[in-house]
Design a protein around this ligand. Structure first.
Ligand SMILES: C[S@@+](CC[C@H](N)C(=O)[O-])C[C@H]1O[C@@H](n2cnc3c(N)ncnc32)[C@H](O)[C@@H]1O
Length: 217
């Protein structure tokens, strides 16, 4: 008689929700991080050295056009415009008051005065809409060389913004996502794992919540 009869077998494990795969990683020492001038910039929403990492990633493609999903106050837009030479056009998208983010953790992030920190720069163009990027198609935006996806971190928007970025970023450019982490309160990680499993070459910058994909040139 077998040691374990059918009646004593443990029940099958429930299906695993979070995909177990990991993205390949790049260390920050492989990127050209430079100190930033933080004058007039707030530190909200970014962990230690993340803004420096993001600026290095954007600068690595020498962009003429940059697109940011979810500009909030415009702090990151201002930092990128200040530190990355050669940018001619910076499009920043956000929502109108009253928008409700898919994930609870983001519900207090909708800004009262979106983009105000970057407004004085003539290269900065604010795109506001009731549902933000979800109201937009590629025809509503200019093509660009770097896209930073940091708007609604719910599945629907992350998938939509990734699709839009892939339509808009020119060959040789870069797509960067924020909030790639395993806290479980947003959907970025799961969506990026699915995209990587489907063949996208998305890499994680070790020690940060940033992930990126270089668009084949
Ligand atoms: C974490 S904050 C962005 C922080 C900003 N990128 C920075 O680095 O300072 C998220 C922003 O996304 C905006 N947002 C939420 N849903 C959006 C959507 N569907 N389209 C565009 N922006 C959205 C929020 O209003 C908020 O300003």
């Amino acid at each position: 008689m077998p040691a374990t009869s059918a009646s004593t077998c443990p029940p099958p494990s429930p299906p695993c929700r979070a995909s177990p795969m990991k993205l390949s990683t790049v260390s920050r020492s492989r990127l050209n991080l430079r100190p930033l001038d933080w004058t007039g910039l707030e530190r909200r929403f970014m962990n230690e050295s993340e803004l420096e990492t993001l600026v290095a990633l954007v600068a690595s493609v020498k962009p003429k056009g940059v697109l940011e999903f979810g500009v909030n106050t415009g702090r990151t837009s201002k930092a990128i415009l200040r530190h990355v030479p050669g940018i001619q056009c910076y499009q920043g998208i956000d929502v109108l008051p009253g928008y409700v983010t898919e994930r609870l953790v983001q519900r207090k992030e909708v800004p009262e005065d979106p983009g105000h920190l970057a407004r004085g720069d003539s290269r900065f163009h604010l795109v506001l809409s009731a549902q933000g990027s979800l109201d937009l198609t590629a025809a509503d935006l200019q093509r660009c060389d770097a896209a930073f996806i940091d708007g609604d971190h719910g599945r629907r928007a992350v998938e939509h913004d990734s699709r839009l970025a892939r339509q808009l970023v020119r060959p040789g450019g870069i797509i960067i996502w924020h909030d790639y982490h395993d806290l479980g309160n947003v959907d970025v990680r799961e969506v990026l794992h699915e995209q990587a499993a489907a063949g996208a070459n998305i890499q994680h910058v070790k020690g940060t919540w940033l992930a990126f994909e270089r668009v084949a040139g």
